[in-house]
Design a protein around this ligand. Structure first.
Ligand SMILES: Nc1ncnc2c1ncn2[C@@H]1O[C@H](COP(=O)(O)OP(=O)(O)OP(=O)(O)O)[C@@H](O)[C@H]1O
Length: 226
């Protein structure tokens, strides 16, 4: 595993007089696949918002490698789309790439788009309206959209909630494969401990306002029970 991609030092977050977490420290190494776990309300989304630079922490610092401008990809929780959602899978993925519509893109952009569609097994579905695809295919399209800008960090925000077991495995297995072959750094926010144990290297556990960390295999159910 590589040098730290992200280092959080002495991070605290409060809303009014309510402390969510205080003085937490953690590192996300470059090339690691890390799961962020914790009970409902423990602060996982709050911490994710800080890492996405949407929320300024009450105190403490997040330091990122390089020039500090981290490119982050984000895959949200699965929500179904209407069957008449009009964009094709290709156009949906492209939304995050260009800010201008097909076909006015360069050869390099087209190649990057095709590459990401291939990596996520979506090439055959590229012209299919996204609304007509299955739940697992929709999540792969969100994954492809997050990857098309070649992020330094991919955040998966409970992306498997409400997907069946086989589809969960397929999605996170695919992310794990990209992590191992391309060195993609991943933060997987989840309640699904069996999945986290199977597919990640280490965990970050938020509990009672504190953070602990260890190997993914060492997480136990009672560590995150409410
Ligand atoms: N902007 C805000 N103002 C006030 N309270 C907030 C705000 N954002 C989050 N909270 C509170 O902070 C606590 C942590 O919320 P957060 O959504 O980060 O938890 P979580 O671990 O992601 O929960 P879940 O697993 O249920 O998604 C909750 O009690 C929530 O109500």
């Amino acid at each position: 595993m590589g040098q730290p991609l992200i280092q959080a030092a002495d991070l605290s977050q409060a809303f009014g007089d309510r402390t969510i977490f205080s003085h937490i420290n953690f590192t996300i190494p470059r090339g690691a696949m890390v799961s962020l776990v914790g009970a409902n309300g423990s602060g996982k989304t709050t911490l994710t918002r800080i890492l996405l630079d949407i929320l300024k922490p009450t105190s403490g610092q997040v330091t990122t490698a390089g020039d500090g401008h981290l490119q982050v990809g984000y895959v949200p929780q699965f929500r179904n789309l209407d069957r008449d959602y009009p964009l094709s899978v290709r156009s949906f993925v492209q939304l995050n790439q260009l800010g201008r519509p097909w076909p006015w893109h360069t050869a390099a952009e087209k190649q990057a788009l095709n590459h990401v569609l291939t990596e996520t097994n979506l090439l055959k579905l590229a012209a299919t309206p996204l609304g007509m695809t299955s739940g697992g295919e929709k999540q792969r399209a969100y994954l492809a959209q997050a990857l098309v800008n070649q992020p330094d960090l991919l955040i998966l925000d409970e992306p498997t909630a409400s997907l069946d077991v086989a589809v969960k495995h397929e999605l996170i297995g695919l992310v794990r494969q990209l992590n191992q072959t391309n060195g993609l750094t991943v933060l997987f926010v989840t309640h699904d401990l069996p999945l986290a144990k199977e597919f990640t290297d280490q965990y970050l556990l938020l509990q009672n306002g504190r953070m602990s960390t260890g190997s993914a295999q060492a997480i136990t159910d009672d560590m995150i029970s409410d």
